[in-house]
Each structure stands twice: as structure tokens, then as C-alpha cells.
Design a protein around this ligand. Structure first.
Ligand code: UD1
Ligand code: UDP
Length: 383
């Protein structure tokens, strides 16, 4: 029957496992499920557990497969080997036309590698981010470059990301600038009438929202970051700091060691995205080593001090909202004091900008996938 192949729904296996991937893939899952040309199968690796399920609940996404790989204090070896073995079985059972992975986590890299081993086309969402420093962030820069090597479809959030991919020799007609699906998620979460007991506690004080978790910062760098933040709290009586602490035990140990016992600092459990996004929207400024927060904050018009030496998100720096402050105590302390004490410096960084998309990236990706998967299957694998 001529043309029959194109009339069948194409199977799209979408794989994610950590909080940030879930936040950026769930809007896409919701959009894919509306398509009459795609059959969407969701596989979670559960690289994260509680922090993943917090996100699934918001979007009411129910996974078809769960690899249940999370272990307390897991190493990169644990994560990678458990996912690779688990993904082989899922891919062999589902026989997808395409596997979608996101960003730069070990879940994304390993699911992409499994797709490559079984010669199933891989689509990379949030493709083309680069620091070009393989150890920074670690191991994410390697992961994203590795996925780029095997991917057939590259969904780049920005023009800069597209350029990075073209500079590496990726074929131009396999790259699409779609915006970042993380901005789509903000449409589901941010609301004007938000109330929260942290806001009541902060009262008229200026609220700083803090997050920190990067593997390369664990240990001394994180201790220095936290010391700087404690000094900020102790030197500014009108400032309150809230830190939803990542569930990584290595992060929790340093947070407790340096930040506990200060009345102006609250260490709380990770927040569901609705609460976290709205707290950011109501904050005075944000201090973080996170990736996703660097994309969300410009949309919210909040200054962000990025406690890292490199960023793969230069668009936010160019837009004026992000400033890289490294991981040394004195530099972080001075940069934060400047924002708190100099209204002009604060005003310059509080510009609302939207370098990462308009909130409709998922719809664009679905349309591209529908068109591409309707083409001859021989055209799908990376040329
Ligand atoms: C991983 C990603 C990183 C991403 C971060 C988002 C890799 C290599 N790293 O960080 O890119 O920025 O997630 O947060 O993929 N834990 C829980 N419950 C949870 C989540 C974590 O208990 O819901 C604890 C566990 O003890 C776990 C530990 O945190 O072993 C670390 O989790 P893991 O995913 O390995 O963290 P990272 O690799 O640091
Ligand atoms: N986030 C959240 N609750 C929190 C802290 C962060 O929902 O308590 C969200 C945040 O808005 C962003 C994402 O988690 O969308 C970032 O995740 P994380 O910093 O863990 O990972 P990264 O982006 O660095 O990979």
C-alpha cells in the first residue's frame, strides 16, 4: 500500500530522569500528546526520585517506563551503567522511530548512546550549548558534546547554540532554532496572586533565593560560596536568604556546616516548580550555580549572580541579567554587596529579557518532528 508508512503514527520515545530535564521535557510531552501523527512513549530513568516526581505531578505526566536507577550518593559510573543496560531493553521493546533526550545530564547522554548503539535516530532538545571546557561543567559539557555527535535532529534554543553546532560541522538542515522549552514551563507556573510562608517570613526584607548543586563545586568551592552568602546575611539586616537545598547528601553536608544557625537564612527542602518559580518572581535577586535558572531569571527580570567560572548561556550575560562571579568567597561577597548597596548596579541587571524563547518552543519541535518523521526512514539517521 503506497504511502501507508507515512500514515502510521510514528513512535517517539522521550527519555528524562532529573528535575531540570523533567521541567523542560514535560511541556513537550503535553504538546506531543496532542499530535495525531505521533505516539508518545515516556521513559524516566529516575536518576532523581523525589525531585523528578515533584515535576511529573505538576504536568500530570505518567511514565510508561521507569528504570528506577537512583541510589543515594550515586557515582557517574553507577548512573551511566544502570541507564545503559535499562535503555537497551526499553528501546528493543518499544522500537521507536526516534528517541528524544534533553540537554546534558547522564540520563540524556546515556539514552542517546543507547539509541546510537541500536541505530535509532536521536533528537536532542536544548542542543548546542557549549563552554568548550570539557571539565566545566563536569561532566555536562562532555555529555552535551557526546549527544551532539550521535543526534540526527538538533533543537537549538538560540541562534548562538545553532552557530556552535554549525562550527562543529553539523549539517545546517538538521538544526532548528526553537527557543527553550524551559520557558514554556513558566507559562504553566508563574501567577500574580502567589502566597507562600517564606514570603511571610521575609516580610519587608529583600529576599535572596539561593541554589547550588554542581558536582565540580562540591567541597571547597561550595564552602566558599556559602561563606560569602553567610557574610551577606550577617552584614545586611534587611536581607533574608532562602535556600531549597538539593537532595545530594554531599551538598547538604556543606550547607549545614556553613549556613545553619543564622536567623536570616532558611534552609528548606527542594520546592515544587510552581513554588520555586513564583519565589524567584518575588525575590530581590538570585544566587545560583544552576543551568536552568539562568534561563528562567531573565524572563522574570531578576538579577542573577552565577557562582561558576564558565557559562554555556552567554545570552543572559549579554542581555545584562546574568553576571559570572566565580566560586571564590571574596568575589562573590563583593558582587552581592554591590547589587544590594548600589541601586544603579541593581537597576541595570533587572531588565526583563527573553533570549531563550517565547514560551512556544514545544509546539515548534512537535511540528518539525511530524514533518521529519514523515520522510523516508533512510533519511532519519545522522548522515
Ligand atoms: C544531576 C545532573 C546535573 C543536573 C542536576 C540537577 C548529571 C551528571 N548531573 O546532578 O547536570 O544539573 O542533576 O539537579 O547528570 N537525590 C535524591 N533525590 C532526588 C535527587 C537527588 O536523594 O530526587 C540525591 C541522591 O543521593 C543522589 C544525589 O542526590 O545520589 C545526586 O544526584 P545526581 O543526579 O547524581 O546529581 P548530579 O550528578 O550532581
Ligand atoms: N527548581 C525547582 N525547585 C527548587 C529549585 C529549583 O523547581 O527548589 C527548578 C528551577 O526553577 C529550574 C530547575 O529546577 O527550572 C533547575 O534545576 P537544577 O538547578 O537542579 O539543575 P540544572 O538546571 O542546573 O541542570
Amino acid at each position: 500500500m503506497k504511502g501507508y508508512e507515512n500514515m502510521e503514527k510514528k513512535k517517539a520515545l522521550i527519555v528524562f530522569g532529573t528535575r531540570p530535564e523533567a521541567l523542560k521535557m514535560c511541556p513537550l510531552v503535553c504538546e506531543m500528546k496532542k499530535s495525531d501523527k505521533l505516539e508518545t512513549i515516556v521513559c524516566v530513568t529516575e536518576q532523581h526520585r523525589e525531585m523528578l516526581h515533584q515535576v511529573l505531578e505538576i504536568f500530570d505526566v505518567k511514565p510508561d517506563y521507569n528504570l528506577h536507577i537512583m541510589q543515594p550518593g550515586q557515582t557517574l559510573f553507577d548512573v551511566t551503567t544502570r541507564i545503559l543496560t535499562g535503555m537497551k531493553e526499553v528501546i528493543e521493546e518499544v522500537k521507536p522511530d526516534v528517541i528524544l533526550v534533553h540537554g546534558d545530564t547522564s540520563t540524556a547522554f546515556t539514552a542517546g548512546l543507547a539509541g546510537f548503539y541500536l541505530q535509532v535516530p536521536v533528537a536532542h532538545v536544548e542542543a548546542g550549548l557549549r563552554t568548550e571546557k570539557i571539565y566545566s561543567p563536569f561532566p555536562e559539557e562532555f555529555n552535551r558534546q557526546g549527544i551532539g555527535l550521535v543526534a540526527s535532529y538538533h533543537f537549538a534554543p538560540t541562534e548562538k547554540a545553532r552557530q556552535n553546532l554549525e562550527n562543529e560541522g553539523k549539517i545546517a538542515d538538521r538544526i532548528w532554532v526553537t527557543g527553550n522549552t524551559g520557558i514554556d514551563a513558566l507559562r504553566y507556573t508563574v501567577r500574580d496572586d502567589f502566597r507562600h510562608e517564606v514570603l511571610d517570613w521575609a516580610g519587608d526584607s529583600r529576599l535572596i533565593v539561593l541554589t547550588a548543586h554542581r558536582r565540580e563545586n562540591l567541597g571547597d568551592s561550595m564552602r566558599q560560596m556559602f561563606r560569602a552568602i553567610r557574610r551577606v546575611a550577617e552584614s545586611h539586616p534587611d536581607v533574608k536568604i532562602v535556600y531549597p537545598v538539593h537532595l545530594n547528601p554531599a551538598v547538604r553536608a556543606v550547607a549545614n556546616e556553613v549556613l545553619a544557625g543564622c536567623d536570616a537564612i532558611r534552609l528548606i527542602e527542594p520546592l515544587a516548580a510552581v513554588e520555586f518559580h513564583n519565589l524567584m518572581a518575588k525575590s530581590y535577586l538570585i544566587m545560583t550555580d544552576s543551568g536552568g535558572i539562568q534561563e528562567e531569571a531573565p524572563s522574570l527580570g531578576k538579577p542573577v549572580l552565577v557562582m561558576r567560572d564558565t557559562t554555556e548561556r552567554p545570552e543572559g550575560v549579554a542581555a545584562g541579567t546574568l553576571r559570572l562571579v566565580g566560586t571564590e568567597e571574596e568575589t562573590i561577597f563583593k558582587a552581592c554587596c554591590e547589587l544590594l548597596d548600589d541601586p544603579e548596579a541593581y537597576r541595570k541587571m533587572s531588565v526583563a529579557a527573553n533570549p531563550y524563547g517565547d514560551g512556544y518552543s514545544s509546539a515548534r519541535i512537535v511540528e518539525i518532528l511530524e514533518n521529519e518523521l514523515a520522510k523516508d526512514p533512510k533519511m532519519r539517521l545522522r548522515p
